[in-house]
Write a protein that binds this ligand. Structure first.
Ligand code: ATP
Length: 455
């Protein structure tokens, strides 16, 4: 059974070093979390799985890594300066601060029930800063609230460098910042997070077919990460709730411990963004309602060889949150099992490609030179396979090590004992996390076994 409440996950994450409240020695920074040794690995593995599926396994996507700090004009023409707002409401009685569109009853404070609340007022979610030593209007910059805009403004650079024609995509992963009115639910809603975004450019007219394609593809990918299809609710966002740039959006909503909420959005952004960032807009038959751009020096368009004219491609955007992905994966993987003899264990049934530690190598005795040396030799051999992190676990207590590695989702433990240094072939024990079955293997067969298992 997956985790049924957030506190199970918060406690495991802190205890085992996945996720910590940021700056908790100073009381904690609200809406900010640091990833510990195992969290950093899990997050990296998730991002690698996305990059592999979106960039390496396809022939129609290129990667990009843009800056975190963004030009004010980029966010002016994207519409963020003007419209990236949430409605803020304050309770005058208890000073509780709320997002009007998320209140249980818009006429009453969520916390104390008072009706003495302010009218909603727009609050811009972008973090504003000044670039360089002079603080004036010209030096204003923003921490990006999404990675997407760097993709749009680099569209022509990528086209020129790669000769791409539609359909093709540009993928990017990285930090995004939103000064959320209420950050809550652990890493679900935070002020600094990571996104995995693909902007997939298609000919207008092909957009609806590609939108369906990406919906199916993204659902399958989440399933491959251990977030099953039947736990994701696809919301076809009603027209009145669509973002200003969207023709249609599917929200993939997951059954998080705190409720069913968005894990990924897949939007048809039409020609809105490229149209907004383009020069010579009036020559391009842009269909979206765009701001007049008097600053761009580049035409954001492709040439149609058949029709012999320029056009602005439409864009399908699957945009996923890394942190929400980590939370969904942990929720699903978390399992409490009753064992024989009235015992129980917590086991994190992560997909093996996501596990922070792939193999723990455990010497039976921590002070025995021969056993420890052999275990280290095995660890060093396994690391050369390039399958991920191999941990040398020299605690001297095999039972405790198994429990710890069950809890952090390590798929295999290799135990080195007296047989391993005394018997011919140096047999070791390989223990499987899920079945707890133990297998005896000769040292010489270990590499092949691991390559096959993780391959
Ligand atoms: P929400 O409605 O929950 O505020 P959103 O619709 O504003 O989300 P998008 O702008 O579509 O989110 O961003 C794409 C993805 O980025 C989301 O699906 C989510 O996974 C992630 N994301 C957005 N805001 C946050 C946040 N504050 N904390 C963590 N992840 C976030």
């Amino acid at each position: 059974m997956p985790a049924s409440n957030m506190s199970q996950l918060v406690s495991l994450c802190k205890r085992r070093g996945f996720i910590f409240q940021s700056a908790d020695i100073y009381g904690g920074l609200k809406g900010a979390y640091d990833y510990g040794p195992l969290g950093a690995e899990l997050k990296k593995n998730l991002k690698d799985a996305w990059w592999r599926a979106i960039v390496y396994e396809r022939d129609d996507v290129e990667g990009l890594d843009g800056t975190i700090i963004g030009h004010q004009k980029m966010f002016q023409y994207s519409g963020h300066t003007e419209t990236f707002n949430d409605p803020l409401v304050d309770c005058k009685a208890c000073k509780n601060r709320m997002r009007a569109d998320q209140m249980k009853d818009p006429s009453k404070c969520d916390s104390c029930g008072s009706t003495d609340i302010t009218e909603p007022r727009d609050f811009n979610l972008m973090f504003k800063t000044h670039i360089g030593p002079v603080q004036n209007d010209a030096s204003i910059g923003y921490l990006r609230p999404e990675t997407a805009q760097h993709i749009f403004v680099n569209f022509k650079n990528v086209i020129d460098a790669t000769n791409r024609k539609a359909p093709f995509g540009i993928a990017q992963q990285g930090r995004a910042f939103r000064n959320e009115i209420v950050a809550r639910n652990f890493i679900f809603r935070v002020r600094e997070f990571e996104q995995m975004e693909l902007e997939f450019f298609v000919k207008p007219g092909d957009d609806e077919t590609w939108h369906e394609y990406w919906l199916a593809s993204r659902l399958q990918w989440w399933d491959d990460q251990g977030v099953p299809r039947d736990k994701i609710h696809v919301l076809d966002v009603p027209p009145e709730d669509l973002a200003h740039y969207s023709k249609r959006t599917y929200d993939l909503e997951f059954e998080f411990p705190h409720g069913v909420e968005e894990l990924e959005g897949i939007a048809n952004r039409t020609d809105y963004d490229l149209g907004n960032h383009s020069k010579n807009q009036d020559q391009l038959n842009i269909t979206a309602k765009v701001h007049k751009n008097t600053d761009s020096n580049t035409k954001m368009a492709l040439f149609d060889d058949q029709e012999k004219k320029w056009y602005v491609p439409y864009c399908i955007e699957p945009s996923a949150g890394v942190d929400r992905g980590v939370l969904a994966i942990l929720t699903e993987a978390y399992t409490e099992e009753n064992l024989e003899g009235g015992k129980s264990r917590i086991v994190l049934k992560l997909k093996k490609h996501l596990s922070p530690v792939k193999v723990a190598v455990i010497p039976l005795k921590k002070n025995h030179e021969g056993i420890v040396g052999k275990a280290m030799e095995i660890k060093n051999d396994l690391i050369k396979l390039g399958i991920g992190r191999i941990l040398f676990e020299n605690t001297g207590n095999v039972g405790k090590a198994y429990r710890r590695h069950d809890e952090v989702g390590t798929p295999l433990c290799v135990t080195v004992d007296f047989d391993s240094i005394e018997k011919e072939g140096a047999p070791v024990t390989v223990r499987d996390r899920d079945t707890m079955e133990q297998l005896s293997l000769f040292q010489a067969d270990l590499n092949d076994y691991m390559l096959k298992y993780f391959g």
